[in-house]
Design a protein around this ligand. Structure first.
Ligand SMILES: *[C@@H]1O[C@H](CO)[C@@H](O)[C@H](O)[C@H]1NC(C)=O
Ligand SMILES: *[C@@H]1O[C@H](CO)[C@@H](O)[C@H](O)[C@H]1NC(C)=O
Length: 259
């Protein structure tokens, strides 16, 4: 099943002037380039950005076998390039986010942990930063010329309540061909339960290319540039066999001979 990209055009147009940063629900953020560093990773609620109370944030990390990241763990991750422009809970009810690259739209031009301090009101809603050095394979930044991508646990069933992002980034001037080999996600008419989304973009804000669920194997998808983002989201019930696909980078100039 494929949800038409047309529905998303108006949203994408609104965003087209934003380059490195996306604007969604009134919140500027980029997506998660370095999905995980030094065991630290960012999660949002499956309802979207900034939807987790402190208690819920703790539950998200615990569900995956981890715990809230401490300030020191977040800073250690930041030092090796973990940069996320979304404020999240971390240990002891503190809120903030790690900034590597200064930007006017995010982090007030500062570099470091942008620290909102210990929140008195634990019902405030933010994202979350978890720590789990043994986290399950779920997403990542892929820069190889060719790589297989599988849903977590494949070929066993995937789990409920997951969000994984894969960011594919190949050499400048190259493009990416995504080829699906196996596909089996919970089916529903609008793909709202479990789904895989593909974006022809470095984030999940622009370049929507399709949302997939059910058990039809999607057609190949070819990027227009050298980046692509996949977002896999599962809800709280019903799982299935998951997916396996492969991407391969190719020199953009070769496409002329191809078609
Ligand atoms: C705490 O935060 C929640 C969510 O933002 C808000 O609805 C509530 O009014 C706040 N409580 C206090 C005492 O400020
Ligand atoms: C692709 O381009 C790179 C750099 O220009 C070049 O080194 C490489 O040989 C090319 N690959 C193919 C398959 O043409």
């Amino acid at each position: 099943m494929r949800v038409s990209a047309v529905l998303w055009v108006s949203a994408v147009l609104l965003l087209s002037e934003v380059h490195s940063w996306g604007f969604q629900n009134g919140v500027f953020h980029n997506s998660i380039w370095l999905e995980q560093a030094a065991g630290v990773y960012h999660r949002e609620s499956r309802k979207g950005r900034y939807q987790l109370t402190y208690k819920e944030a703790k539950a998200v990390c615990k569900f995956e076998g981890g715990a809230l990241a401490t300030y020191d763990q977040l800073e250690a991750a930041r030092k090796i390039g973990f940069h996320v422009c979304s404020a999240g809970w971390f240990d002891k009810g503190r809120v903030g986010y790690p900034i590597v690259k200064p930007g006017t739209n995010c982090g007030f031009g500062k570099v470091g942990i942008v620290d909102y301090g210990y929140r008195i009101n634990k019902s405030e809603k933010w994202d979350v930063y978890c720590y789990n050095p043994h986290t399950k394979e779920c997403g990542g930044v892929l820069t190889d010329q060719q790589r297989r991508i599988q849903s977590p646990g494949y070929p066993e069933e995937y789990q409920d309540g997951q969000i994984c992002y894969w960011h594919i980034r190949v050499r400048y001037g190259q493009r990416i061909r995504l080829h699906f080999q196996d596909f089996d996600l919970e089916d529903d008419t609008s793909c709202l339960a479990d789904y895989l989304e593909v974006y022809d973009s470095y984030d999940d804000i622009t370049g929507f290319a399709g949302r997939f669920c059910g058990d039809d194997i999607p057609d190949d998808i070819i990027s227009s540039g050298n980046v692509m983002t996949l977002k896999f989201l599962t809800d709280a019930s019903v799982t299935a066999g998951g997916f396996q696909m492969q991407y391969i980078a190719f020199n953009a100039s070769l496409l002329f001979h191809d078609t």
